[in-house]
Write a protein that binds this ligand. Structure first.
Ligand code: ADP
Length: 447
């Protein structure tokens, strides 16, 4: 079962796939986290700059930064604007103008109603102000803070400096605060996406690996059972076969009926033994790896002659002509494991003979390429219906016309041949037309 061998390879790769996915997950999460954090701060800062430009900051000039502002219409108008800005975006919690006096930042106006416990009256010193806020109010470039905590809570703040329109000197700032919880929620939502996607793929890969492992265990169990059962059956069956054979050596004391029955026992046990041997070959090849294949040079012509010799009785019975195409010269050779290739070629040749129409020819030839050699065998037999042409290589499959022709077959020979060709790094395919005939090709790498 070549597909099982490939499963083993995949299984071997699972730790690498899983590690790669985990690393990808961690890296992409970090990447998305840093990108989203930077983008969120950037767009928050941009919004704050837009708000700063839109709010009439010249009104600030008319404020004193003391409780006297409370009745100042400019203070009231600015406060109303800040309240509207805060209410327009549910993520924004505070909007405020800060001034700077006697080495201390203080509130000009904030977005809180005077009834709120978070309200900061004009002139109130902002003594927990971060160094960044102090720097910005003194003219540093607009900036967003990291998460910072003060008496009102934990925030991300965007701070935009405002120059005094008359002196053009740094003089105040506009600040906007986003609550840590809504900031973190947005970041978390985006950051979790790649982590969730990679985790899903990871779960699928792990489930896949468990299923494949189960399949392998099941296939191994099946093949062990088949081998065990076949071994157990083969020994007594071989005994029956040899007993029938030896009894048939001297039939002088047997009636014709008895002789016929013995002949039948011998033929049936022979067929059963062939089937069992195919099962065992197929199970055994499962355990073979490419490294177990020892390649040697094989001269094709005598090698094929030997194989055909084993089928000579059927060839004669069906009046077949075995022809070697001129492409097989006396020194044409292939490379491979002689014993295993013998079985492989034997399966292809016996099929060509078995499925040929009486009195036709079976021709063999070769095509030598730079890096590979192709062997072909062409018959004029029953052919293979188009729909069956891929199935026949999968094992335990016989085309309907083959089943009609003979019961003698397991559907395992071609699969074995494919397994052996693949172990050599080669392949097998066929071209066939029902009722006209088939050509099977085997490509094997040179050396
Ligand atoms: P089987 O024991 O049935 O011959 P194989 O695995 O050798 O099993 O072949 C599988 C099936 O492929 C056959 O049952 C038959 O349907 C088809 N097949 C193989 N070789 C030939 C051929 N030369 N001509 C026609 N059909 C073929």
């Amino acid at each position: 079962m070549s597909f099982l061998r490939s499963l083993k390879v995949y299984t071997w790769y699972y730790p690498i796939i899983i590690t790669t996915l985990v690393v990808m997950g961690i890296l992409s999460t970090f990447f998305v986290y840093s990108k989203i954090t930077a983008n969120t701060k950037e767009s928050f800062l941009k919004n704050t700059r837009t708000v700063t430009a839109a709010v009439g900051t010249e009104k600030l000039l008319k404020l004193t930064g003391t409780s006297a502002d409370l009745t100042n219409p400019d203070y009231l108008s600015l406060k109303e604007q800040l309240e509207k800005i805060r209410d327009a975006n549910k993520d924004i919690r505070f909007v405020y103008f800060i001034g700077y006096r006697d080495d201390n930042p203080f509130f000009f106006v904030d977005s809180e109603p005077s009834t709120s416990s978070d309200y900061s009256p004009p002139g109130q010193i902002f003594d927990e102000a971060s160094q960044l806020l102090r720097d910005v109010v003194l003219g540093k470039a607009p900036a967003s803070t990291e998460l910072n905590t003060d008496r009102w809570g934990t925030w991300i703040s965007a701070l935009v400096p405002i120059a005094n329109p008359t002196t053009n000197k740094p003089w105040a700032l506009l600040g906007m605060d986003i609550q840590a919880s809504s900031y973190s929620r947005n970041i978390f939502l985006y950051t979790a996406m790649p982590a969730v996607a990679v985790s899903l793929v990871l779960v699928l890969v792990v489930i896949g690996s468990i299923i494949r492992k189960r399949e392998q265990q099941y296939a191994k169990l099946k093949s062990d059972l088949v081998s065990m059962a076949s071994h157990e059956i083969r020994t007594p069956l071989t005994g029956v076969f040899w007993s029938a054979e030896s009894l048939l050596k001297d039939v002088s004391n047997l009636s014709e009926d008895q002789t016929n029955s013995l002949e039948m026992i011998k033929n049936h046990t022979k067929n059963l033994l062939t089937t069992i041997n195919e099962f065992l070959d197929s199970a055994a090849v499962e355990k073979v790896g490419k490294e177990d294949i020892i390649k040697k040079k094989i001269t094709l012509r005598p090698f094929l002659d030997e194989i055909i010799e084993d089928s000579i009785l059927v060839v004669q019975e069906k009046s077949l002509k075995i022809v070697f195409d001129d492409s097989i010269k006396s020194d044409t050779s292939i490379f491979g494991d002689k014993n295993r290739l013998r079985k492989m070629f034997n399966n292809l040749i016996t099929n060509a003979i078995k499925y040929s129409k009486n009195g036709t020819s079976v021709t063999m030839g070769s095509i030598i390429h730079m890096s590979s050699s192709v062997f072909w065998i062409k018959d004029h037999g029953i052919g293979i219906p188009e729909k069956d042409q891929t199935q026949i290589f999968k094992g335990f499959y016989r085309a309907s016309n083959a089943k009609e022709l003979t019961d003698n077959g397991t559907g395992l020979g071609l699969r074995y041949a494919v397994q052996i060709a693949e172990l050599h790094g080669g392949r097998i395919w066929c071209e066939s037309k029902e009722n006209i005939g088939s050509t099977f090709f085997v490509e094997l790498p040179n050396a």
